[in-house]
Structures are given as structure tokens and as C-alpha cells.
Design a protein. Structure first.
Length: 112
């Protein structure tokens, strides 16, 4: 009886170890896919933005990562659809950013 219990424990332990290893493999594959996606995205952006525009996008990414990600996705969609004829300059990127960044509300306080 004790031998059977010990065998069951060992088998269960092996199963748990195999599951842990397979989960690590899945996580590594996901990380690798994410890195590959980022590399492809950067290559596309590098080909469609001037150096000044890339620099500005980098600064926006530091300050507001969600807006920069949204803008990158839009730029990539435009490039993939073939609607982009020349590189996007810093001025054009500023115009796009002004459209994407939400407007701030002015708040005035009136004293009576």
C-alpha cells in the first residue's frame, strides 16, 4: 500500500514538473514572438519616418506610451495599405500627434 502511494506521489511530482517546464517553454515562445514583433515594427517605422520624426516619436513614447503605441499602429496600418507616398517628417508627425492627443480642458475659477 505504501509503495503504491509512493509511486503515485512520484508520478504526480513528475507530472507537475513537466507542466512547469511546458509553461516556461510557452512563456519563452511568447516573449520571443513579442521581441520579433517589436523588431518588425521598428523596421517599418524606421523606413517610413525621418530621423527627426523617429526621435520625436521616441520622446512621446517615454512621456505617453499609450498614445505612442496608438500612433505607431496607425502609421503601420497606413504604410501597409500603401497610402504612404513619402517619409513622414517631423512636422507631419506633430500634426498627427495634435489630432491623437486629447485636448485639455481649460478650467477657470470665478470668485464672487
Amino acid at each position: 500500500m505504501e509503495d503504491e502511494l509512493e509511486k503515485l506521489r512520484k508520478k504526480r511530482m513528475q507530472d507537475l514538473q513537466q507542466n512547469a517546464i511546458s509553461e516556461e517553454d510557452i512563456q519563452q515562445q511568447q516573449d520571443q514572438q513579442q521581441q520579433e514583433y517589436e523588431k518588425q515594427k521598428q523596421a517599418i517605422l524606421r523606413s517610413m519616418l525621418t530621423p527627426e520624426a523617429r526621435e520625436r516619436l521616441g520622446r512621446v513614447k517615454v512621456a505617453r506610451p499609450e498614445i505612442a503605441e496608438n500612433l505607431e499602429q496607425q502609421l503601420i496600418a497606413v504604410a501597409q495599405s500603401g497610402r504612404l507616398r513619402s517619409k513622414i517628417t517631423d512636422k507631419q508627425l506633430r500634426e498627427l500627434l495634435s489630432q491623437v492627443i486629447p485636448k485639455k480642458r481649460d478650467i477657470t475659477i470665478r470668485r464672487r
